[in-house]
Design a protein around this ligand. Structure first.
Ligand code: TXA
Ligand code: MG
Length: 323
């Protein structure tokens, strides 16, 4: 794409029809979901899907999530199973992605699926995402709207800063309410496997369908193609489990008593609430990254509820980067 992205507020009545028309013309439209901003494109159009990979500089072996307006439309793209239907009934619309065997006549472009037999499906709850998907009327691939490997965007400005004019249009819906990506689970042969912890806590899923398989984290052998070792990374180096901080560091704090002395301190949740922390995570990392510090230090977060997803992102952000 060339030229400047059109930026329209989600309150502007032109936003949804204009965005749907641009998707239909193979354009790239960034839009808010309840988790993070997505970079949307027509999932059935090879050129549009290729544009997403190009704009993000995303490796083509990493498949994309297809977003649909309704549960019926989503499950029609897959081979149905009772487990998929139970999870869909409980969590859609909402921040859960189901990786299912693709239907025999699945119209999603093979590039979007990275040539796999499976398809990743999600029905977002955000009103602007829902309105756009209903207006467009077909599956929309939407990875997080950031350069591959970088921090996910939770505000329209993050999208513009990260992807600039490689996007046709951005719908500004303000900060995204949950702030961390959807939970991704795969269902195969009657087994549910956690591929990416996210905005639906593992405990909630297990409450619905019983035990979920949680593969050991081996960065050299990712369970999902997107679970690359270094990911969600700020530009600055990051150190974890900090309980003291240097004057040349920026502190990502958590809880009521952060250590003093950092160049800049931002507190994910002074009251120690992991839901509040998830909503603040990416925005605060973006801000700390721009603080002029030499490094970011992050305090420990409990490994419960959404804390699992926050720690997953922080661990990846702290890993050594490819040169
Ligand atoms: O919250 C979200 O899920 C956001 C919003 C925009 O919907 N989207 C998002 O997409 O986070 P992305 O592309 O950044 O992450 C999708 C994840 C990747 O880890 C990818 O590897 C995995 O889903 N995935 C997609 N299709 C898959 C498949 N067929 N099998 C296994 N993993 C898959
Ligand atoms: Mg992403």
């Amino acid at each position: 794409m060339s030229g400047q992205a059109l930026l329209l507020s989600g309150d502007d009545p032109r936003a949804i029809p204009e965005a749907a028309a641009r998707l239909a013309a193979a354009g790239l439209v960034a839009f808010p979901t309840e988790t993070v901003y997505g970079l949307g494109a027509d999932a059935t159009c090879a050129t549009a899907v290729a544009g997403v990979f190009e704009a993000k500089a995303r490796p083509s072996f990493n498949p994309l999530i297809c977003h649909l307006a309704t549960t019926e439309a989503a499950l029609a793209l897959a081979r149905r199973s009772s487990l998929a239907e139970r999870l869909a009934a409980r969590f859609w619309p909402g921040p859960l992605t189901l990786v299912l065997p693709g239907a025999a006549a699945c119209p999603v472009d093979p590039l979007a699926r990275a040539g796999l037999d499976t398809v990743a499906l999600r029905v977002p709850a955000h009103p602007l995402a829902a309105a756009l998907l209903a207006a467009f009327g077909g599956p929309v691939v939407a990875p997080s709207a950031n350069p591959s490997g970088a921090l996910s965007p939770t505000r329209a400005a993050h999208v513009v800063d990260g992807l600039g004019d490689s996007v046709d249009m951005v719908i500004d819906g303000g900060p995204t309410p949950l702030g961390i990506e959807s939970t991704v689970v795969a269902i195969a042969d009657g087994t549910v496997t956690l591929l990416r912890p996210g905005a639906v806590a593992l405990e909630e899923i297990e409450g619905e369908i019983g035990p979920v398989r949680v593969p050991g984290v081996d960065p050299a052998r990712p369970s999902a193609p997107g679970q690359l070792a270094s990911h969600y990374a700020p530009a600055l180096p990051l150190r974890l489990a900090a309980f003291e901080v240097g004057a040349d560091e920026a502190l990502l704090a958590f809880g009521p008593r952060p250590p003093e002395g950092a160049r800049l301190t931002l507190n994910l949740s002074p009251s120690g609430d992991v839901l509040e922390a998830a909503a603040n995570l990416f925005h605060m990392l973006h801000e700390l990254d721009r603080s002029g510090a030499r490094r970011i230090a992050a305090m420990a977060i409990p490994e419960t509820g959404l804390g699992r997803a926050i720690n997953d992102r922080l661990r990846r952000a702290a890993r050594p980067r490819p040169c």
